[in-house]
Design a binder for this molecule. Structure first.
Ligand code: TYM
Length: 343
């Protein structure tokens, strides 16, 4: 049967790229998948520490990130929602996979190569580079394989890591027999939402130093308005949908289209009656705000002291179920390798 797994780093409130590229799919799968499909969604805190984190900030972020997943509509009665570090099997399988993973393949990862290309003083922790940044995809592979996931809904930037995950499964199976499942990637239509400040060449990203380059899924109407107002467009008159020559306008229009979720409206039709850039920006602000408002309200409620214990319970129950799911796989893995007593 099907198993769906995905993860997000708990390094701040998710933005519209995270939401449209991944999180909204997670919620939809709750509605479209039959009851025997297992759904697991993880806050990948072990991945978060590949760059320097302040422990108090990280603890706060883990809590907030869990609240955002509930606020967008993930239901702990249907989906297993958990903190990665609560399930030690992820780290255990990572080591095991490290013993068959290819260094050559890892060094071709664009995420790693982009870290190598940074100037010395901009490198994430103190130089030299950390082993964890290099082996990051092995942990990601372990996340997925430890639950025998068949499908992984992610944005396009994760495609290479998913390809690597499949190679980890084959590498292990080649040596030890058919134990691990090769997962398929599920890309949403919004697989690459662009930055509001550099729409031609940068995706919307949590690590961009310009906070106005991204809209968070808990932003107030005023914040949305301010960020959309300063979004980079172009100096051409009027509004047309032309992703190549007018990437800024096209990004705003596609964000709007994804949020409206009306497959029958084309982006060209959507802009037909919009005369000016300021009219477009007003409309985009309205559409984003209308979509985000209920998320923002649920988030604020979940972050109130009254709901603190509820969130802790959700995380505990999620961890328990994720441990059970992972142990099913780890029994087979350990057995195949020759660990434990013969059964
Ligand atoms: P992370 O935390 O960077 O992002 C979470 C999800 O959001 C998607 N995403 C985007 N989609 C479209 N447009 C964008 N601008 C955009 N920015 C981010 C990402 O593709 C991702 O799906 N390595 C992962 C976390 C991870 C994981 C896993 C994911 C760890 N283990 C196992 C899937 C399965 C990451 O850093 O995602």
């Amino acid at each position: 049967s099907k198993v769906i797994f995905s993860g997000i780093q708990p390094t701040g409130i998710p933005h519209l790229g995270n939401y449209l590229g991944a999180l909204r799919q997670w919620v939809k799968l709750q509605e479209t998948e039959s009851d025997d499909t297992r759904l697991l969604y993880s806050l990948v805190d072990l991945h978060a520490i590949t760059v320097k984190q302040d422990p108090r900030q990280l603890r706060q972020w883990r809590h907030e990130s869990l609240a955002t997943l509930l606020a967008i509509g993930l239901d702990p009665a249907r989906s297993i929602i958990f903190h990665q570090s609560d399930v030690p099997a992820h780290s255990e399988l990572m080591w095991i996979l490290s013993c068959t993973a290819s260094v050559g393949h890892l060094s071709r990862m664009t995420q790693w190569k982009s870290k190598l290309a940074l100037p010395e003083n901009a490198k994430p922790l103190d130089s030299p580079l950390q082993l964890g940044l290099f082996s990051y995809p092995v942990l990601q592979a372990a996340d997925i394989l430890v639950h025998q996931a068949t499908h992984v809904p992610v944005g396009e930037d994760q495609s290479q890591h998913l390809e690597f995950t499949r190679s980890c499964a084959t590498g292990f199976n080649h040596l030890y027999g058919d134990v691990l499942t090769e997962p398929e990637t599920i890309l949403s239509p919004a697989k690459r939402v662009m930055s509001l400040s550099k729409p031609a060449d940068k995706k919307m990203s949590k690590s961009d130093t310009n906070y106005k380059s991204r809209i968070l899924i808990t932003d107030s109407r005023e914040e949305i308005q301010r960020k959309v107002k300063t979004a980079v467009t172009d100096s051409i008159d009027g509004i047309t949908f032309d992703p190549i020559n007018r990437p800024g306008i096209a990004n705003l229009v596609t964000i709007m289209q994804y949020l409206l979720e009306d497959e029958l409206i084309t982006p060209e039709e959507l802009v037909k009656d919009i005369p000016t850039k300021s009219a477009l920006k007003d409309r985009v602000t309205d559409v984003i705000d209308a979509h985000i408002e209920p998320i923002r309200e649920r988030f604020n409620k979940l972050m109130s002291p009254d709901d603190r214990d509820y969130l802790i319970d959700v995380a505990e129950e999620g961890a328990e179920m994720a441990i059970t799911s992972a142990e099913e796989t780890m029994k087979k893995v350990r057995d195949a390798i020759g660990f434990g007593s013969a059964s």
